[in-house]
Design a protein around this ligand. Sequence first.
Ligand SMILES: [Fe+2]
Length: 248
Amino acid sequence: MIDFHSHILPGLDDGAKDTETSAAMLDESVRQGVKTIVCTPHYYGKRSSPAQFKEKRQRAYEKLAPYCPDGVQLRLGAEVYFTTDSVVCHEDLALLAIEDTRYILLELPFLKSFSNRLLNKLSEFIYETGLTPVLAHIERYRAVLENPSVLYEFQQMGCLFQLNAEAFSLKPTQGFAKTMLSKGLVSAFGSDMHNNDDRAPNLKTLFDSLQGQETLVQSVFERSGAILNDEQISVQPKKVRKFFGKFF
Ligand SMILES: [Fe+2]
């Protein structure tokens, strides 16, 4: 399993507070069968430049790396907050792509709806950097759940989607998440783990929530593997619609 979204690195954000916590999160992830963890600490442009952030991230990684068992990989990325009022230019933000790949994990603002200004800025970002955004925990945005047709606009720009494992078990999102999976629109799963308590490693729960759909789950992990190998991913754009509270 590949955990594409995690706050496992110590002392960088609201995730693991120290190396001991990080190591315990790593242990639990490995116990669940995770082989690759993409470390994606929050990046908010106002606090540090991408270059400063990467230095701090490297130091945090070096604290955790000795605890990483053979056969398990930690990869370095960031959960980059992308808004219309970002102070960091696109070229600098591109430094936060996942290691040497063309992919970057972006978090969008939690608004009632996404403005055209935001969509245009995202489109410009893609054009100027040549990167492919993977949109983090796409099920968590009210703007998406209430108006899933916006997903089609993201797909046409070339964006990919990451879902959190909990999306498949929580009532408000499970219908949406299962529709996304069945349409082949999920490119990555994440635990979005922050600690060992209320936001703990949970990737294994995917197999409890999605019994009988193991092949689909596996195909998402394969796609995530291709992303981490910097392979070109092609996903056929598909519409997701909502009627009477259900997703189709
Ligand atoms: Fe996150």
